[in-house]
Design a protein around this ligand. Structure first.
Ligand code: CP
Length: 309
């Protein structure tokens, strides 16, 4: 396979295994390039990309912007808090006005599930989903699986447990799709109030006991408790959540084997993950961030290749 089967990156669900492998192979090359003294290539110098963030972001926003600049694209950034969206303009009107300035590709983060897909059907530009509500965060899942492949040689056959607030997590859903397409076994672990009812229909096992889940897995991907998306109390208190489901160095040292610990960020230190573990050699959290740039370069390079046809 030399090109993607899709014209937009809306979610992992729409991708084939071969698409993911092509993105990884391309990201391998970009990772080599961005670790050289000259980190930039002229590949997208005739492409203009708009980053539209309707929700807060540190990693994803900066990672996309850096990836675009490393590819020599022209970049414009839009943040809803300082825009005319506040004056009542619709999403499609906002984007069409930006596209009128000759923009080719739109990277969008939005609180509403389906926002990226909606745009892909209603505007004339390549759309990259940078996270839509609790639905999908495809580049996060790609960089997560890429980081597992880097640390453990391959994803196929590995056991990965996703721990915590699965209910409100776009990272969890995209990771489940990505890991399963690559041949990994996936489980989730957390209080039943934070696990969606449909989880079994995805072929994912639910552990309610943290230590059993950690003893089963090769990789633990620990999620943040998304208080900003919680309209009711899903557990008695953060302190009690942390006592039962907080992952720390002590519990990892008590396991029968060594495992890899991941976190998509931002971390709530001392809630879902202890500081000593987050900063230990078990954790590959900053490798994930580093790999995010290469993965996003690969995605935009491959999608831009389809634009020119
Ligand atoms: N992992 C992630 O999406 O982080 P940000 O919200 O900071 O972009």
């Amino acid at each position: 396979m030399s090109e993607l089967s899709v014209n937009h990156l809306l979610g992992i669900k729409n991708l084939q295994r071969e698409d993911i492998e092509l993105i990884f192979k391309t990201a391998d090359n970009f990772k080599r390039i961005i670790n050289q003294p000259i980190k930039k290539v002229p590949t997208l110098r005739d492409i203009t990309i708009a980053n539209l963030f309707f929700e807060n972001s540190t990693r994803t926003k900066l990672s996309f912007e850096l990836a675009e600049k490393r590819l020599s694209a022209d970049v414009i950034n839009f943040s809803s808090s300082s825009s005319s969206v506040k004056k009542g303009e619709t999403l499609v009107d906002t984007v069409n006005n930006i596209l009128a300035m000759k923009v080719d590709m739109v990277v969008i983060r939005h609180p509403n599930p389906g926002a990226a897909e909606f745009l892909s059907r209603n505007v004339k530009a390549t759309i990259v989903n940078a996270g839509d509500g609790a639905h999908e965060h495809p580049t996060q899942a790609l960089l997560d699986s890429f980081s597992i492949r880097e640390r453990l040689s391959q994803v196929k056959g590995k056991k990965v447990v996703i721990i915590g607030d699965v209910l409100h997590s776009r990272v969890a859903l995209s990771n489940i799709h990505c890991l399963q397409k690559l041949g990994a076994e996936v489980a989730v672990c957390g209080p039943s109030t934070l696990i969606p009812k449909f989880i079994n229909s995805l072929g994912v096992h639910h552990y309610s006991d943290l230590k059993k889940a950690l003893n089963w897995c090769d990789v633990a991907n620990v999620l943040r408790i998304q208080l900003e998306r919680q309209d009711v109390n899903y557990f008695p208190s953060l302190r009690e959540y942390s006592m039962v489901y907080g992952v720390n160095k002590e519990i990892l040292d008590s396991l029968e084997k060594e495992i890899v610990v991941m976190h998509p960020g931002p971390i709530n230190r001392g809630v879902e993950l202890s500081s000593d573990l987050a900063d230990s050699d078990f954790a590959i959290i900053l490798d994930q961030v580093e790999n995010g740039v290469a993965i996003r370069m690969a995605v935009m390079y491959l999608l831009a290749g389809k634009l020119k046809k």
